[in-house]
Design a protein around this ligand. Structure first.
Ligand SMILES: C[S@@+](CC[C@H](N)C(=O)[O-])C[C@H]1O[C@@H](n2cnc3c(N)ncnc32)[C@H](O)[C@@H]1O
Length: 251
């Protein structure tokens, strides 16, 4: 598997205490390979969860981060930012993705790790919300779980049950291919796409989280995680982690 030297510097115990999906620092390091972040840029970390990625952005690139999330209490995130020594550079915010308290054209970059698919698969979200946050010439970047290709003939037989079970999480219905995501943004002509691809080692990156969740979800959250079964059922390699970056055009 490809090396992620920046992500690997961070204490794995700290990562495992706070991750909410496949190692977000690895996903962010992959994303940042396609972005140009320089000190003091203003960056929105959308759906930052427990803020691991926000800490990483401040420490690795010296940017100022607005760490926005819905499910996680911003006061808890502030404690994590203080403990990590970045509370002068990272500002916790709690806002729903459709009700963000930021001015248009405010950010130099907006990024989202393992979160954009919860709200951004809606056709309106990119032109009417996400792209407006960033200034002309500013950068946009997301990493989502998704598909290696769209399902044109129903769900793959081995995986069907994950989509069709009555308790299926809405999240799966917003899994799409890199080409699908690219078209969603590209056709708006608001931004030039600078990268769009499947991370080659997607499942190797995902499995450690899946095994951790299988072991810890019940104890920590009283829930079952079926990520291991989900990945094992993917015998046709339809599942991937998708990267996309873009630069907002100047009008
Ligand atoms: C799977 S977690 C990933 C968190 C973090 N980026 C990470 O990788 O550890 C998805 C995050 O998206 C956020 N999210 C989901 N729907 C949202 C919405 N409508 N508005 C804002 N944030 C949302 C949740 O609060 C959650 O923390």
């Amino acid at each position: 598997m490809k090396k992620y030297p920046m992500a690997e510097k961070y204490d794995q115990k700290w990562v495992e205490e706070n991750w909410m999906g496949p190692n977000p620092l690895i996903l962010l390091e992959e994303l940042c390979g396609n972005l140009k972040l320089t000190p003091n840029m203003k960056v929105l970390d959308m759906g930052c969860g427990k803020g691991l990625t926000s800490v990483f952005l401040a420490k690795e690139f010296g940017v100022t981060v607005f760490a926005n999330d819905l499910w996680i209490d911003p006061s808890e995130n502030l404690e994590r930012f203080e403990a990590a020594g970045v509370s002068d550079k990272v500002f916790p915010v709690r806002a729903e993705a459709h009700a963000l308290p930021f001015a248009n054209n405010f950010f130099d970059a907006v990024i989202s790790i393992d979160s954009y698919h919860y709200y951004g698969a809606c056709e309106m979200y990119f032109p009417c919300v996400f792209s407006r946050l960033v200034k002309p010439g500013g950068q946009l970047g997301i990493v989502n779980p998704g598909l290696t290709e769209e399902f044109e003939n129903g769900y793959p037989p081995n995986m069907k049950s994950f989509w069709l079970k009555p308790s299926a999480e809405g999240e799966l219905f917003s899994f799409h291919s890199a080409a699908w995501w690219r078209n969603l943004w590209e056709k708006t002509e608001i931004a030039e796409i600078t990268s769009s691809y499947n991370i080659p080692d997607s499942k190797e990156i995902w499995y450690p989280w899946a095994y951790w969740a299988q072991k810890n979800f019940k104890i920590k959250f009283g829930l079952e995680s079926d990520d291991v079964e989900f990945l094992e059922a993917d015998t046709e390699n339809k599942i991937a982690l998708i990267v996309m970056t873009a630069v907002k055009r100047s009008k």
